[in-house]
Design a binder for this molecule. Structure first.
Ligand SMILES: O=C(O)/C=C/c1cccc(O)c1O
Ligand SMILES: [Fe+2]
Length: 317
C-alpha cells in the first residue's frame, strides 16, 4: 500500500560517453540520491513503465501497451541481460484493472525488454532480480502511437489497482524527455533493417557494432552542435517537469503526438513518466522529493531524475 516513485531518463550511452567531469559528477550524485531514496523505502514490489527500442517489440505484433507476466531483458548496449522476477498474479491484476478501465492492454508471458528496463533497475538496485517487478511496456518508438492521454489512463487504472495491494510499491517511469536518438524507423530504414523491425530477427554482430558506434557518433555530433537531428529542448523539458511536479497531469492530454515529436522522436518516452505519475496520483496527492535535470547531448538526453512520495497529510487545526 505505501508508494514511492522514481522516474528517470535512460541512456545507453551512460557508460559509453563522457560529458565534462563536473556534469558526470552531478549525474552520479543524482542517481546515488535516487538509489538512497529507494533503499530507504525498501520496496517489496516494483512496477516499471517502460518503452522498448526494437529489442523486444517488433512490427510483427506491436501493441500500444503490454503487461509482462514473465519477462527478461536482452542485454543491449552492455546492460544486464536476464530474467525479471515477475509476480504473475499481480501482473494479471494490473491487466484486468486496465481492461476494466477501457484501456486495451495486451499481456505477455514471454516479454523481452531492453536497456530502458534494465538500466533503472541496475542503477536503483544493482541487479535485475533484487525485487519482484511487473514491467508495463508503453510503445513510444513505433508509430502509430495512441494519444498520450491513454498512458495517463493506463497509469491511473494500474495505480487504483495497486492501491489495494499490501506491498510497499515503487513505481518507475523510464524515458528521456526531449531527445532524438538514432533509433531506426520503418519508413526510412534500409531494407535489411526495415525487415528486422518487422520480423525481430537478431542483429548481426556487425549491425550491433554499427548501432553502438552510430549512437556514440551521434552524441558527439549533438555535443559539437553539428548534428542534423532534433536538438535537446531544455525549456520544454522544464515545462514538463513543472507539470508532473504540480500534479496537473491532465494538462498533457492537450499535447498532440506531433507536438511531442517536435522535441525528438524519443520525447514520446514521456508517456512512461505520465503513466507512473498518474499511477501515484491515483493513490492520492503526491510531492516531489528530489529533482535533477540537465540537457546532456553526450547521452542524447534531456536528462532528468525525480523522486516522489505521497504528500504528507497536514494535521489540520
Ligand atoms: O539505440 C537505441 O536503442 C536507443 C538509444 C537511446 C539513446 C539515447 C537516449 C535514449 O532514450 C535511447 O533509447
Ligand atoms: Fe529510449
Amino acid at each position: 500500500m505505501p508508494f514511492a516513485l522514481c522516474c528517470m531518463s535512460h541512456s545507453p550511452l551512460l557508460d559509453l560517453n563522457q560529458p565534462s567531469p563536473d556534469l558526470q559528477a552531478e549525474v552520479t550524485d543524482a542517481l546515488k540520491r535516487a538509489r538512497t531514496f529507494v533503499d530507504e523505502f525498501a520496496p517489496e514490489l516494483v512496477v516499471t513503465f517502460t518503452p522498448d527500442h526494437y529489442n523486444g517489440f517488433f512490427y510483427r505484433l506491436m501493441p500500444p501497451f503490454c503487461i509482462g507476466a514473465a519477462a527478461r531483458t536482452v542485454g543491449d548496449y552492455g546492460t544486464a541481460a536476464g530474467p525479471l522476477d515477475v509476480p504473475r498474479d499481480i501482473a494479471a491484476g494490473c491487466a484486468e484493472a486496465a481492461l476494466a478501465a477501457e484501456v486495451d492492454v495486451s499481456v505477455s508471458y514471454d516479454m523481452e525488454l531492453d536497456h530502458a528496463t534494465a538500466q533503472p533497475l541496475q542503477i536503483l538496485f544493482g541487479t535485475l532480480d533484487a525485487c519482484p517487478v511487473v514491467p508495463i511496456f508503453i510503445n513510444a518508438a513505433a508509430p502509430p502511437l495512441g494519444p498520450v492521454t491513454r498512458a495517463r489512463r493506463l497509469g491511473e487504472a494500474v495505480g487504483r489497482f495497486l492501491a489495494g495491494r499490501p506491498e510497499r510499491i515503487l513505481l518507475i517511469g523510464s524515458g528521456g524527455l526531449s531527445h532524438d536518438p538514432p533509433v531506426p524507423a520503418l519508413g526510412t530504414a534500409p531494407a535489411p533493417l526495415a525487415e528486422r523491425l518487422v520480423s525481430g530477427r537478431e542483429l548481426t554482430a556487425d549491425e550491433e557494432r554499427r548501432k553502438v558506434t552510430g549512437a556514440i557518433a551521434e552524441a558527439a555530433a549533438l555535443a559539437a552542435r553539428s548534428s542534423s537531428r532534433i536538438d535537446l529542448c531544455p525549456d520544454w523539458d522544464r515545462a514538463f517537469l513543472g507539470i508532473v511536479g504540480s500534479g496537473g497531469l491532465d494538462t498533457i492530454d492537450g499535447w498532440s503526438n506531433e507536438d511531442i515529436a517536435r522535441h525528438g522522436s524519443g520525447a514520446q518516452e514521456i508517456r512512461t513518466w505520465v503513466a507512473a505519475y498518474s499511477a501515484l496520483a491515483a493513490t492520492g496527492p503526491y510531492e516531489i522529493t528530489d529533482r535533477y535535470y540537465h540537457p546532456i547531448p553526450e547521452y542524447i538526453a534531456g536528462f532528468a531524475v525525480t523522486t516522489a512520495l505521497p504528500a504528507t497529510r497536514s494535521t489540520g487545526s
